[in-house]
Design a protein. Structure first.
Length: 136
């Protein structure tokens, strides 16, 4: 059974990177760009209730970021024939990713790896991909 081409996705709280993995190469796909959130002066960190608002804003930002990433992942997955999907995400965000997959990309079944590798190089990417193929 071939695992190529495969899709490797690195997600953390602020960034996402998607890669097409071939037997001999790894190509980074166009960057996932999230529109930056803007807030009114009333919502600024200096307003009353700022800690509660910041916590809510952080959670909403995470949901938006993950949703945006999963939407792009689904689009890429549907455009080409991929044989394997690996998502590398810090454990504390895995639930958010799983929920968005279930809601917006049902039928896409990834292997998950726990980790945070926003600046992974080609060698690290290859190792992460190969690790996802091995039984955990």
């Amino acid at each position: 059974m071939t695992h190529y081409p495969s899709l490797l996705v690195l997600i953390n709280r602020e960034h996402a990177r998607l890669f097409r993995v071939e037997e001999e190469s790894i190509e980074e796909l166009p960057q996932v760009d999230d529109p930056k959130d803007t807030y009114s002066d009333r919502e600024s960190r200096f307003g009353a209730g700022a800690p509660d608002m910041m916590q809510g804003r952080d959670e909403e930002h995470l949901r938006h970021h993950v949703r945006h990433t999963i939407t792009q992942l689904k689009e890429i997955w549907g455009r080409d024939t991929y044989h394997h999907l690996t998502i590398v995400v810090p454990g504390k965000y895995k639930g958010a990713v799983e929920q968005e997959l279930k809601t917006h990309a049902s039928g896409v079944t990834p292997n998950f790896l726990d980790g945070n590798y926003p600046e992974a190089n080609q060698e690290e990417l290859r190792e992460l991909f190969l690790k996802s193929l091995r039984p955990q």
